[in-house]
Design a protein around this ligand. Structure first.
Ligand SMILES: N[C@@H](CCC(=O)N[C@@H](CS)C(=O)NCC(=O)O)C(=O)O
Length: 286
């Protein structure tokens, strides 16, 4: 299998890579334009988009609200990453890595900036004292799987998803490589869930909230349209867990916040009160 491409001595940015997302990629970090972020009335300000990484945080916030934590009220503003909103000066001040989700906790003075979705889950779990096991052994298990997700999802998203769904052509080598790894991950999750109801045992936790938007959506056919290709029926325990979690009200609410695609009823571009989500869900076809 000969490749025509011979890497130059020094890579430069003038190569047209093509594919979805290519137009926003640059080899430099930092703000590209001046614009401040909007600020709403609630203690927590979320700047995000309803991708799997964004869904983690909105599901977490909806779970906290369902538990009666009123201090978890939040304003969620849509950051359109395809339009480069993550490169505004305001966003970069909150997250210098220019990736959604980013959270500002304005209940404390000075306000605290939190980035990296896994860290946002941990920050909220610790702040409010929910969704992270109290027992040290179970907490360790939850943290194992939370860190696992943060390290593993990029192979699913940046690897498999990119080459299967977004790349300008279907290249066999990377699709094989990342399908192999994705199926290994699915088998790992399936084996763990054969023995446990949730990732940290009997207790639903931030580990499940982190993993579901990626691997739950994937096996339910809601990510990359790849359920058949990956033969997801061969992971019955993972499917059972994914379906179980998708029935949670907070998951049904959180997954549609900051969403700008899909069915019209499920696009809650911004969330400022529970009513924004209630109104969308009321339009859901029965
Ligand atoms: N490790 C980060 C990953 C965040 C991430 O990759 N966000 C994507 C959307 S899912 C993004 O903002 N991409 C915009 C860009 O790369 O310019 C996290 O978990 O928060």
């Amino acid at each position: 299998m000969a490749s025509e491409y011979i890497p130059p001595k020094v890579w430069t940015t003038d190569t047209e890579t093509g594919g979805t997302w290519a137009s926003i990629n640059r080899p430099t970090a930092g703000a590209r334009h001046e614009q401040q972020l909007p600020v709403g009335q609630h203690p927590l300000q979320l700047y995000s988009m309803g991708t799997p990484n964004g869904q983690k945080v909105t599901i977490m916030l909806e779970e906290l609200l369902a538990l009666g934590v009123n201090e978890a009220q939040y304003d969620a503003y849509l950051i359109r990453i395809g339009d480069g909103d993550q490169f505004s000066s305001g966003f970069v001040e909150v997250n210098p890595n220019s990736k959604i989700p980013a959270l500002v906790d304005r209940s404390v003075s000075p306000p605290v900036n939190v980035f990296e979705s896994g860290h946002i889950l941990l920050y909220l779990a610790e702040k409010f004292g929910y969704l992270l096991p109290k027992d040290p052994a179970n907490k360790t298990v939850a943290m194992n799987w939370l860190f696992w997700l943060q390290g593993s999802a990029p192979y699913l998203g940046g690897g498999f998803g990119h080459f299967y769904a977004y790349a300008p052509e279907k290249f066999e080598y990377p699709i094989n490589r990342f399908t192999m790894e994705t199926k290994r991950q699915l088998d790992l999750l399936d084996q763990h869930l054969a023995e446990h109801r949730y990732f940290a045992g009997d207790e639903y936790s931030i580990a499940d909230i982190a993993i579901w938007p990626w691997y739950g959506n994937l096996v339910l056919g809601k990510l990359y349209d790849a359920a058949e290709f990956l033969d997801v029926a061969s992971y019955p325990n993972l499917l059972r867990w994914a379906e179980d979690i998708s029935e949670r009200q907070a998951v049904q609410r959180g997954r549609i916040v900051n969403r700008s695609w899909g069915e019209e009823w499920e696009q809650v571009a911004e969330r400022h009160s529970a009513d924004d989500i209630d109104q969308a869900l009321a339009k859901q076809p029965k």
